[in-house]
Design a protein around this ligand. Sequence first.
Ligand SMILES: Nc1ncnc2c1ncn2[C@@H]1O[C@H](COP(=O)(O)OP(=O)(O)OP(=O)(O)O)[C@@H](O)[C@H]1O
Length: 317
Amino acid sequence: MKIVEKSACSFDQWYPKLKKWSVSAELEPIPDDVLEFLRSDIVTVPVEASVRRKLTSYIDDITYKNWDSDDEGDVDDEISPPSFPAFSARLSECMERLGGGVFVKLNWSAPTDAAWMATNSSLKCTNLQDLYLLLKSSGKISDDLEIKGQEKYYVVMKKWLDIHPGTEFRCFVSNGELIAISQRNNTEFHEHFQENVCSTVGNIKSFYYTKVKENFDLNCFVMDVIYTENSIKIVDINTFEESTNPGLFSWSELKDMEYVEGVSPEFRYISEDIGIQPARHAQHFGLPIDLTELSEEKSQSIIELLQAQVLSQRQED
Ligand SMILES: Nc1ncnc2c1ncn2[C@@H]1O[C@H](COP(=O)(O)OP(=O)(O)OP(=O)(O)O)[C@@H](O)[C@H]1O
């Protein structure tokens, strides 16, 4: 994949061009000190984001290490969570403008692997603590932060929508043509897909050719949409390459597929109910049950538990 394609799929690049047809979002450029905090291995949230602070007996005795101290081996310093008042205030304002509940991500990825950390194990952020916590504990976000040559990072906040998985589709564009559409969720059966094949394909196709194609000049990409009878909205744009999930296709199929007038795009969906399947994210991110239960109780304890773990590992080293 060319670097230009990767950067064209960065939220700050595609969103201004396709804003009119996308889920409402706001972007905040991340200052260097916040980037440094996000990349550090201590899991905490900035002072101004801390909703509650309740020490558990398990970690009462632990002495925390300052997250930004130069002396990595010294564990005797008191931890002093960082503070980014101006940046955090801007995030709060964005959240408010978007109606109070947001879905957070960076330029490419969302912390879908870290939902268990947040209040109610939901990705819906209604306060700064959940927002920072999700960003700090996600492996997908860490990977985004290591992308080579990326200079400008953004916190992207999208207006929270209760999205029904039966309305999500992944659309594959190759050489400027819409060649394939897959249901977004690879495991669930939705009866209405089969009943509405023609209208689903017809409406998504017309959306791509009349709205997206002329406003977005990338030749190959993958577009996620939510489609209901009344509207189509873009949720995300991804690169046309193996790191993007190919849905119910394989990447070798997609790379060999050619656009055929009157036939394309091919639409794939699960056509029979084969019973309950593991949830999409659970397939990749299984968690011990006691950790899952603890995370449901209080996210502040989780922060402290993780801090304690990092410290004890350092002491062992
Ligand atoms: N605004 C929103 N409100 C609620 N849920 C959302 C919102 N945007 C996305 N989601 C949910 O989160 C999922 C992942 O979103 P998104 O594609 O933005 O993240 P991602 O990290 O790029 O995902 P992937 O790595 O799977 O491509 C979506 O399929 C959708 O179910």
